[in-house]
Design a protein around this ligand. Structure first.
Ligand code: ME8
Length: 516
């Protein structure tokens, strides 16, 4: 395989609670990207995991009256279970409490400390901290209500004064601006890039990167009483996952720098300002790209425990099946924008696109083949303009989907495929193969061949989005495992005539809205 390897990550989630659909959404989208790259023939490494240090974890455990480690173990288990329930193709699952991560974090710290700028120094931090965001804020970023101050996220802040280590972030202003300038694709979507550029142009203050008031964290090497600020160790997970501190390891050499970090819009600053600055300081290559997706709401409202509208992703998967849930988010939400979940929207979308469109085309054409062609792929005769038109349209859709996926525009990719499937349904209806059965069986065979081959060409890319169902569909048309690549999809008419097919079975059942 000569194609470039591809390393993609999700953010690592705080296991201070069970996963919600925002977490599921990020996993699904990143998995679709990872799977697509594999369909391109690239060797992919896909990392997800949990971010287990920080005060938020300490406070939640205290509230529950259990040790922090117990809280972390319990919920990390739930995140792992979610990854499996969503049929994720991740290659590894990292927990930041693992020894390998402890080693990596201490190693990158030492590198930053030893950097020629002397990037780490001791001083006293005096300022505001939001536990929910695990972030420091300037006075000017806060709002005030009833004598209390709030971070832009709406989380409360507390005044902190303690001796800490600082990272000389101020020294990286120009280097970061140069990085954005030289790499226009470093931050996506574009609006996010502009926001970050103006934030950095506004000036960067040195960042407090250790804490002394609690001990649930990775110890700062050679500084008793200090643990690392949770974001220093959290971001480091991306290199731990590929073998750091062993820069000569197979994984590190092959996959670092990461091709893509997929994250939510609330944590862009950490990924596009702090992380590249840490990497530059440690003399490591900077990741290629960060894509910030939007936030999910439920029935138009922010998800919150007090509103009682937090959706349990396990329940959703239980009700509709993993592929329906995956497909809904990938098609319905324009990637990079906020999106909304409702049962009704899911049911409508899944029934329209999967059951009535793809499922219908497959079922109608395959059952005709089963009945009228001796359960074998029919032999096509000469192609008409109508046949050639649908073949060309599928090729165009595949090209458009590829172009969209190159920029992580997942909703556009799924949209292009579904539009081609609608055209294929129209083609099938207009050709009336059931009528040709009596008048022109050879022509019927051609129409069924072209339709089945169209199903093949469009089911192949669908493997990235609805992996289990698409694979079952490809089994039904007898596509060999090594012919399930995007390259094979681009080649029309490669379905092997005369090969025997199993009895067709519906792959995409209609889904129903659960009773209230
Ligand atoms: O931020 N809709 O963890 P986290 C969509 N540990 N995405 C959402 C969401 C929503 N309603 N709520 C959260 C953290 N997310 C850190 C990351 S990375 C080195 C450390 C997304 O559990 C959020 O934007 O709060 C983030 O990308 C991910 O879920 C984990 O969020």
């Amino acid at each position: 395989m000569t194609a470039k390897p591809f390393y993609v990550t999700t953010a690592i989630s705080y296991p201070n609670g069970a996963p919600h659909i925002g977490h599921a959404y990020e996993m699904i989208a990143t998995d679709a990207i990872a799977r697509w790259k594999r369909l391109e023939g690239r060797e992919v490494y896909f990392l997800t995991g949990t971010d287990e240090h920080g005060i938020k974890m300490v406070q939640t455990a205290a509230k529950e009256g259990i040790p922090v480690r117990e809280l972390a173990d319990r919920n990390a288990g739930e995140f792992r279970r979610l990854a499996a329930a969503l049929n994720l193709s991740n290659d590894d699952f990292i927990r930041t409490t693992e020894q390998r991560h402890h080693d990596a974090s201490q190693a990158i710290w030492k590198k930053m400390e030893a950097s020629h700028n002397g990037d780490i120094f001791q001083s006293t931090y005096k300022g505001w901290y939001s536990v929910r965001d695990e972030a420091y804020f300037d006075e000017a970023e806060l709002t005030e209500k009833d004598g209390k101050r709030f971070a832009p996220s709406g989380a409360g802040v507390e005044w902190v004064e303690e001796p800490t280590y600082f990272f000389r972030l101020s020294a990286y202003q120009q280097k970061l601006l140069d990085l954005y300038e030289a790499n226009p694709d470093f931050i996506a979507p574009k609006e996010r890039r502009n926001e970050i550029i103006s934030f950095v142009k506004g000036g960067l203050q040195d960042l407090s990167i250790s804490r002394t008031t609690f001990d649930w964290g990775i110890p700062v090497p050679g500084a008793e009483g200090h643990v690392m600020y949770v974001w220093v160790d959290a971001l480091t997970n991306y290199i731990t996952g590929v073998g750091y501190p062993d820069e000569n390891s197979e994984l590190f050499k092959k996959f670092w720098p990461a091709d893509l970090h997929v994250i939510g819009k609330d944590i862009i600053r950490f990924h596009t300002v702090y992380w590249p600055a840490f990497l530059m300081s440690a003399g490591l290559d900077v990741q290629h790209r960060v894509f910030a997706h939007g936030f999910l709401t439920v029935d138009g409202q922010k998800m919150s425990k007090s509103l009682g509208n937090v959706i349990d992703p396990f329940e959703l998967i239980e009700t509709f099946g993993p592929d329906a849930v995956r497909y809904f988010f990938l098609r319905e939400v324009s990637f990079g924008n906020d999106g909304d979940y409702s049962n009704e929207k899911l049911v409508n979308r899944v029934n329209a696109d999967l059951a009535n469109n793809l499922g219908n085309l497959a079922q109608r054409s395959l059952s005709m083949i089963n009945k009228n062609c001796d359960a074998r792929v029919p032999e096509p005769g000469p192609l008409t303009d109508g046949d050639n038109a649908i073949i060309a349209e599928v090729t165009e859709a595949l090209t458009a989907a590829q172009k969209a996926m190159d920029q992580q525009l997942i909703h556009e990719a799924t949209g292009a495929i579904i539009a081609a499937l609608s055209s294929a349904n129209n083609y099938f209806a207009a050709q009336e193969p059931w009528a040709l059965k009596k008048t022109d069986p050879a022509r019927m065979a051609t129409v069924l061949y072209v339709t089945a081959d169209t199903v093949r060409r469009l089911a192949i890319p669908m493997q990235a989005f609805v992996p289990a169902s698409a694979a079952r569909l490809l089994d039904q048309i007898g596509v060999p495992d090594d012919q399930r690549t995007l390259e094979a999809a681009l080649g029309a008419n490669s379905l092997l005539a005369n090969s025997e097919l199993p009895a067709p079975q519906g792959v995409f059942a209609r889904v129903e809205k659960p009773a209230e």
